[in-house]
Ligand binder design. Structure first.
Ligand code: ZN
Ligand code: ZN
Length: 345
């Protein structure tokens, strides 16, 4: 098998592209990446905000209902298929092949350093940490506040303690240990780890096109990524937070097809500021195709006010773009907060 080839743009496409590390900071290796402009805040100030998030709860309940998960279903997941429950934003409870895992958990009111400032959630979490079924693992895509939430990590660790395994990208392990987490596995892109309590399950950190930052001085000192979770019967993919890049074709070639994938569809406007770090629904569909996903769930929308697209547009645009791509409308869906659905049964 060829180990590399060249795309139309002339950009060399390694089979398994690795992240770059320069002076202790990670860099995207993708031709599609551009460093965020120094004028980022000025650009955001100039652009029009179309989000129009209703202030009335009634209106929000009508368009973005939040339902209590069916805890009985979560306690007894089906023998076949991948059962997924949307906890809001990029948090998804995923159950298959005897494992229960949670992606990028956030149950807090704000996704920021402090709970009195920063983006506030406009839809509540459908349940609390105490109500969750027994969790085996948590995967973290990167350290931005809407994906790695201190309060949620501490609560999950308090509830599940040593029985819970944390899978994180390089540079994030110490932060997790400082939170009191015991079993923390830190990986770089393409590194695989067999889940110790159940070696039939393998976790693999795979690429994404994104970046990291929690403080004024730690930009990109930790890595970002997506996750492949392979069981004996089923395979799940979690895209995390990402712009579109050639990494997804590599993931599809190495690990596809997937029974189910959770792919971001929101936080994409204005494109001038967001394109390299957040896909829009059309690009999310390209990821769905590149990784050879059989069923995808649109996440990273409808929860926090982060960007300027109309708050319901990720959902409607996803459906519109699927029609344009001549793909079946049920191959890439959004569900309501707290809803459980079985994919690939
Ligand atoms: Zn992010
Ligand atoms: Zn995000």
């Amino acid at each position: 098998m060829a180990t590399s080839d060249t795309t139309d743009s002339g950009y060399s496409e390694e089979k398994r592209t690795k992240p770059l590390l320069v002076n202790g900071r990670y860099k995207n290796p993708w031709a599609t990446w551009k460093e965020p402009s120094a004028n980022f805040f000025f650009t955001m100030m100039k652009e029009k905000d179309y989000s129009k998030i209703p202030s009335k709860k009634q209106e929000l309940d009508k368009h973005l209902p939040v339902q209590k998960p069916d805890f009985e279903r979560l306690k007894t997941p089906p023998q076949s298929g991948v059962q997924a429950t949307w906890i809001g934003h990029a948090s998804v409870l995923v159950q298959f092949d005897g494992i229960t895992l949670l992606t990028d958990p956030i149950f807090s009111d704000r996704c920021f350093m402090f709970q009195w400032i920063g983006p506030k959630r406009y839809r509540p979490p459908p349940c609390q940490v105490d109500e969750l079924p027994i969790l085996d693992a948590v995967v973290i895509s990167h350290n931005h506040y809407d994906h790695l939430d201190h309060g949620s990590v501490v609560s999950l660790n308090k509830k599940f303690g040593e029985t819970l395994w944390w899978y994180v990208p390089m540079g994030t392990r110490q932060w997790m240990l400082d939170c009191g987490c015991k079993n923390v596995v830190e990986l770089s892109w393409w590194e695989e780890h067999k889940h110790s309590p159940n070696p039939d399950i393998t976790f693999v950190l795979t690429p994404a096109q994104h970046w990291c930052k929690r403080t004024a001085t730690d930009t990109n000192k930790a890595l970002w990524g997506s996750w492949v979770v392979k069981g004996p019967q089923r395979k799940f993919f979690f895209a995390g937070d990402t712009g579109y890049c050639e990494g997804f074709k590599q993931i599809g070639n190495e690990y596809g097809p997937f029974d189910m994938a959770a792919i971001p569809v929101g936080a994409y406007a204005p494109r001038i500021a967001m394109k390299t770090q957040h896909v829009d629904p059309a690009e999310a569909i390209l990821i769905h195709q590149d990784i050879k996903s059989q069923n995808s769930l649109g996440i990273h929308w409808g929860t926090f006010k982060l960007t300027y697209e109309f708050y319901l547009e990720p959902k409607t645009k996803l459906a519109e773009e699927l029609r344009k791509s001549n793909l079946p409308e049920d191959c890439f869906v959004t569900i309501t907060h707290g809803e459980t659905r079985i994919f690939g049964k």
